[in-house]
Structure formats: C-alpha cells, structure tokens
Design a protein around this ligand. Structure first.
Ligand code: NAD
Ligand code: WQD
Length: 344
C-alpha cells in the first residue's frame, strides 16, 4: 500500500516526501517538472536513504495517470501539483483553470474508479480573500481575489460536492499560510524560476548577492511599522501537518478544512530583522509602492488543526530564516548548482 504524492518534486511536496519516507511510508511521486527539477528527487533519497517510485507525467494526461493506479496499490493521495503564481494567474487564467481544476477533477475521477477515496489537498489562506480581522479561523467567509485564488476556492467546492455525492470520501483541505524555510540539511528548498514573487526567497537572494536590495511593498499599513503582516510557517512544520492529516483521513471519513499556520504574525521589516539576526547577513531594502491586492494583516487561528489533527508548528522565525539561508547559500543557483560550477 502506498501514498501517491502529486507535485512531489516541488517545494512543499519534496519536504513532505522526506517526512513520509522518514516515517516509513511507501510513496509514489508524480510530477511533470514544470516548476521543479529531477535533482530534488535525488536529494530526497540522499536525505532519507530510501528509494521510491517516480512517474514523470502531466496530471492532465488521464491515460498516463491511470497507469499509475493500475500498477500500484494506492491508499491515499496528497495532491500538491498545480500552478501557484498569483500574478501569472491574472495573465494566463485559462492555464490556471485547466492545470489546477481540470487536473484535480481527473485525479478524483481515477481515484473514484480505483476506489481510493482518501485525499489531502493543498489549499491556501488565499481562500479567505481580504480577511476582515485576524486571527482567521476556518469558518471565516471565503472569497477569491485573483484566478489562482479562485482555482483553490473552486477546487474546495468541487471536493465538498464530491463528498456530498459519496460520503465514503475522506478529504483534508489544508489551507497553508506563508510557507518558508528549508530542510535542515540544506539539500532541498524553494527554487523559484526567475525573480521570486515571495518575500523569503527574495530576501535570501538579496543575501546571496543575486539581487541588490529588497523592495518593501508599502509602509503605510495599519501595523506597528507600517509594513504588511503575515503568518510565516516553516516548510518542515507544514510537511508534518500533511502526515497528521493523512493519519486522520485514513481512519475516518468526511471533509474538513484546516489552517496550517503558526498563529503569529510578523511584518516585512520584522522578517528582514530576523533574517539579519539569524544569519549575520545584511539585507538592504527600499520602501516602494504597496502591491495591488495585498492584505495588511493575515495570520491564522490554528486551533482546529491542533485539536483535531494533533498538529502545531514547532519552528520559530529564527529557524525559518536560518534554514532558508542554509539552502540558499549552499545552493545559490538552486538545483542547478552543480551545472553552474562545471560551467565556471
Ligand atoms: P511548487 O511549484 O514548488 O510545486 C508544485 C509541483 O507540481 C511542481 O513540482 C510542478 O512541477 C508540479 N506540477 C505542476 N503542474 C503539474 C501537472 N499538471 N502535472 C504534474 N505535475 C505538475 O509549489 P509548492 O510551493 O510546493 O506548492 C504546492 C501546492 O501548495 C500548490 O498546489 C500550491 O498552490 C499550494 N500552496 C503553496 C503555497 C506557497 O506559498 N508555496 C501557499 C499555499 C498553497
Ligand atoms: C508577504 C509579505 C508583501 C515580496 C502569497 C500568495 C498566497 C500564498 C502565499 C499560495 C507581503 C511583502 C513580498 C517582496 C515585499 N501562495 N513583500 N516585497 O502575498 O502573503 O502570499 O504567497 O497559495 O496566495 O498571495 O506572500 O511572500 O508574496 O508577501 O514587501 O518582494 O511581504 O507585500 O506583505 P503573500 P508574499
């Protein structure tokens, strides 16, 4: 019996694969490397000392995906695969709807056919839209501010309908807040294409000298220092949340949403300060215009996940910053590091 991990070569998927293998689970990974590298899979094996089955395929390819179910005894799926850039989703919405929504429908169709009705889905705090207050609990109103967010919201609704149609399904909707950090080994981490959109990879790339300075998006928010506040969560804590959710869905039926966040909010400037303290690396920054569509403050109430999954975040901002930096400084070109060194 095995756990199917879609998008397992990606940032959160690779860290979750490590924890699943460490726990002794058998995993089967599928990925099309549209936003990841095969090297990530080698490093999962290097960290854990374990091998696992991998299929290079696009989830939109129903025939190839079904072959995975024909060839393996699958117990549950953890579904990370999808596109995740908010800005890009505004430019190419149809690709987002097709990749995120259609592939989830295809996956569920095949799961249904093979009577695998256990699913952990990567949702996002983005489904809360512009929250009216914080901390945010799971029953807050949901809305979408952009096509990416709408794909997450629509998939949550599709999965609710699926469960209504057949109560044998067991589904966890995990609403991640702001994942940062990397595995302690420094072997796996976030490897964004081009200039990062998100704060922590941007800070790390300034630290390593790839980018000159950080643009701080606005300092007139109603917060202590005027910069936006978020709930940053260590990716290894997030990975552990998946293991807990998996246990839950394998032993019960139903559909539940869980916030995976720490419950603590940090401003952009507090993150810059924490990074400098944890690493000793200065991060020059400039205050620029606020980014359109950004909430001032967003942090989780993680009580439900603690109560029902027995999960809570363990790592603080120091570890988030130190581990992001270890990954970035050991791999200044991400997973391309070896190639770049050979070229030099
Ligand atoms: P990622 O891009 O690093 O990982 C996604 C993986 O899915 C990549 O390896 C990519 O190659 C693969 N993939 C994409 N489309 C595919 C397809 N059609 N077929 C097969 N593989 C495909 O992203 P991540 O940060 O690890 O995020 C994982 C999930 O969590 C995503 O669904 C994302 O929307 C969600 N999420 C991420 C964040 C975040 O800030 N990182 C926050 C909330 C939710
Ligand atoms: C964090 C804070 C920025 C970059 C996004 C998605 C969300 C989810 C997580 C997937 C904000 C500020 C950022 C920079 C800055 N992803 N910032 N300079 O916007 O909270 O969430 O990633 O589901 O859907 O929207 O994360 O890291 O982009 O920004 O000042 O160069 O850092 O304004 O206050 P965000 P982020």
């Amino acid at each position: 019996m095995a756990i199917l991990v879609t998008g397992g070569a990606g940032y959160i998927g690779s860290h979750t694969c490590v924890e699943l293998l460490n726990e002794g689970q058998e995993i089967i990974v599928v990925d099309n490397f549209s936003n990841s590298k095969p090297e990530a899979l080698k490093r999962i094996s290097e960290i854990t000392g374990r091998q696992f089955k991998f299929y290079e395929l696009d989830l939109l390819n129903e025939v190839q995906l079904e072959k995975v179910f024909m060839e393996n005894e699958i117990d549950a799926a953890i579904h990370f695969a999808g596109l995740k850039s908010v800005g890009e989703s505004v430019t190419i919405p149809l690709r987002y709807y097709q990749t995120n929504i259609t592939s989830t429908v295809i996956l569920c169709e095949i799961m249904k056919k093979y009577e695998v009705r256990n699913l952990v889905f990567s949702s996002s705090a983005t489904v809360y839209g512009m929250p009216e207050r914080c901390p945010i609990s799971e029953e807050f109103p949901l809305s979408a501010l952009n096509p990416y967010g709408r794909t997450k919201l629509m998939i949550e609704e599709i999965l609710q309908d699926l469960h209504k149609s057949d109560s044998g399904w067991s589904i966890s909707l995990l609403r991640y807040f702001n994942p940062v950090g990397a595995h302690k080994s420094g072997l796996i981490g976030e490897d964004p294409n081009g200039i990062p959109n998100n704060l922590m990879p941007y800070i790390s790339q300034v630290g390593v000298g790839k980018l000159e300075y950080l643009n701080v998006f606005g300092n007139e928010y109603p917060t202590l220092d005027g910069t936006g506040i978020r709930d940053y969560i260590h990716v290894v804590d997030l990975a552990m949340g998946h293991l807990k959710a998996l246990k839950k869905i394998l032993t019960s039926t139903g559909i539940e949403a869980y916030n995976l966040g720490t419950g603590n909010g940090y401003s952009v400037l507090e993150m810059v300060d924490a990074f400098e303290k944890a690493t000793g690396v200065p991060i020059p920054y400039k205050i620029v215009e606020a980014r359109a569509g950004d909430a001032a403050i967003c942090y989780a109430d993680p009580t439900k996940a603690k109560k029902e999954l027995g999960w809570e975040a363990k790592f603080g901002v120091e570890e988030m910053c130190a581990d992001s930096w270890k990954w970035q400084s050991l791999n200044p070109y991400g997973y391309e590091i070896k190639k770049k060194f050979i070229q030099v």
